[in-house]
Design a protein around this ligand. Structure first.
Ligand SMILES: [Zn+2]
Length: 239
């Protein structure tokens, strides 16, 4: 299990640029202010629209241009209602669980769950696939809910390690089992479109809990995935 303190103690030795380009995270919880939800969604959109207009004006853009004038409002709406909607716990997917009537006790693998997130260091996209395995105890989860849980946590400014852990912890708590494994394979546009400009690399993170800590179960999971040597995400981006 990752410990918060390991990250924060190391992170204090680094500059802001180091933290951004090395994609370090400082805690497993998304860092939120105590007053995060005192403003309504409408109030947040009004503020973001104002500030995004200032950013565009500062860069010298002419906001009287028909193409640009609606952009601050569009960005504000997109931030709150779409790509960062996972910051608000009210948007957490409602997960119905069902009794495991079949007594199915082998692993269930849901693979190639597509998600779009954004790097919290640069606010540019992370595009990836998540693969989840779990072994049901008394309850099973609707399959589409695994996708929704991934997408909820992806819709935050993120770091891939934290996304992986947040999905894992949430699934452990709702399914009442530690027998969960997750692989996340993602392409970070802050690595490809700027900075080191490497279009070929993808980042893989993993979580193994319960029986998946045993090599045999881990191996079985990876075999089900039949992970390709080349990231499918990358093939899409390069086609
Ligand atoms: Zn980044």
């Amino acid at each position: 299990m990752l410990k918060d303190s390991n990250y924060s103690s190391n992170a204090t030795l680094l500059t802001d640029d180091d933290i951004g380009d090395d994609h370090l995270m400082t805690s497993l919880e998304t860092p939120m202010r105590a007053d995060a939800f005192e403003l309504s969604a409408e109030e947040k959109m009004t503020r973001i629209e104002h500030h995004f207009r200032e950013i565009m004006l500062t860069m010298g853009l002419d906001l009287s241009d028909d193409s640009l004038k609606g952009t601050p409002k569009r960005v504000a709406k997109m931030y709150i209602q779409e790509i960062f909607s996972g910051l608000n716990p009210k948007n957490k997917p409602k997960v119905a669980l069902f009794d495991n009537k079949y007594g199915y006790n082998e692993m269930l693998v849901e693979k190639d769950i597509t998600f779009y997130s954004n790097c919290e260091h640069h606010f540019v996209p992370i595009i990836g696939k998540a693969h989840i395995a779990y072994i049901a105890k008394d309850k099973v989860i609707g399959l589409s809910k695994l996708n929704r849980v991934v997408q909820y946590f992806a819709k935050r400014p993120q770091v891939q390690e934290r996304l992986t852990m947040q999905v894992a912890h949430h699934l452990c708590s709702i399914l009442g089992t530690d027998d969960i494994a997750i692989i996340v394979d993602a392409h970070h546009l802050c690595v490809s479109s700027r900075g080191v400009q490497d279009v070929n690399s993808s980042t893989i993170t993993a979580y193994y809990g319960g029986v998946f800590l045993k090599e045999a179960k881990k191996h079985e999971f990876l075999q089900y995935l039949n992970l390709p040597a080349k990231s499918k995400v990358l093939e899409v981006l390069q086609s």
